[in-house]
Write a protein that binds this ligand. Sequence first.
Ligand code: GLV
Ligand code: MN
Ligand code: MN
Length: 417
Amino acid sequence: MYDAIAREVVRRCRYLATCSDEPGCTTRTFLSASMRAVHAEVSRWMTDAGMRVHVDAAGNIRGVYPGRSDGSRPLYIGSHLDTVPHAGAFDGVLGVVIGVALVDSLRGRRLPFGIEVVGFSEEEGVRFGIPFIGSRAVVGEVDAALLAATDASGTSVAQAIGDFGLDASRIADARAASNPVGYLEFHIEQGPVLDTLRRPVAVVNRIAGRTYADVSFIGSAGHAGTTPMDARHDALTAAAEWIGCVEAQGRGTGGLVATTGRIEAAPGAANVIAGRCRVTLDVRHGDDGVRTAAVDRLRAAAQEIAARRGLTVEWSPRFDSAAVAMHPALVAMLTRAVERAGATANVMSSGAGHDAMILAPHMPAAMLFIRTPGGLSHHPDEAVMEEDVAVALAAGAYFLDELAGVSEDPPLHSVDD
Ligand code: GLV
Ligand code: MN
Ligand code: MN
């Protein structure tokens, strides 16, 4: 029944992947020109599905589908529209497009709750090195320091918002309603579990915590031809030694993943010893104690390496988030919806971060993962199977049905229940 809609969902995602900051690949950063093109298209789809559309001051596109009465509480359905560099077509985008398709499938039928589909402007943290700007605005966590953060060209978050034609001083208006029904996110799994199990979807029960920091080694630049090897304070070789420690920490600690995804050496010439070297650190684990202990060890290792080599080290925290649980009642409801859709309902935790981890401390949240062939993501060949998207759509429709049945007297009013 959802086959044709699933085909259209996949077509839409592939179309949005052509909106890119760079030709020949998909790279779409916070409030770039290509995001404007995406907004134009998503806005058309939302309007056709019966939603009122606006873009909030954080650049999130929001389609509002009213409920049965004026005071109906909203269910938020969303994910992000920005991408990593050289991305695939489905990370984030699929969740927004599925949200629009689910509203469209209601064909104007009003539910006891409203639905607001949100295309978050920024989840990946590529432009400003700070993730989740879109969802943090929705929970009221964008402060003056975040608005003042600058990108590589020196443009601040506030300025980027202004350049997009939005007003950063209205950021508080982006906040979610105070009494939402909850938040639902559809997302590709981005890993191999479902592909290995040959299952189309899984219900997420927990999202791993994450530490993200910039680590800079500061030595001294010098001539590559004349400075003896034992007289150097090479920032790049110090960083290289530490990067090896990061990998060893990840390999040696069960369930820990530790990544140094980006390195910049300055001044950056073949014949100059690097005087500064900045490395990004991304550490994740389902258990916050294991993660923070690993980060403490890596910090000590950076200091030891720097001191031994006559350098200093600067540690700049970028983002720190505890592991978060999805709401048990919504997890159970989504599990039933998957079973009604004819699939086996696996429940699994997420190693990747998602907008749901920002919203979950503020409202009941749930996520459905969709199989990612080969587990390949953050890669241009990222894919989904249409039949899996059809299962996700059916599960989403059953979820809305059951929620409609209980939401007149909702059991989901608090994350503490
Ligand atoms: C989001 O893509 C993440 O880095 O987990
Ligand atoms: Mn991603
Ligand atoms: Mn994502």
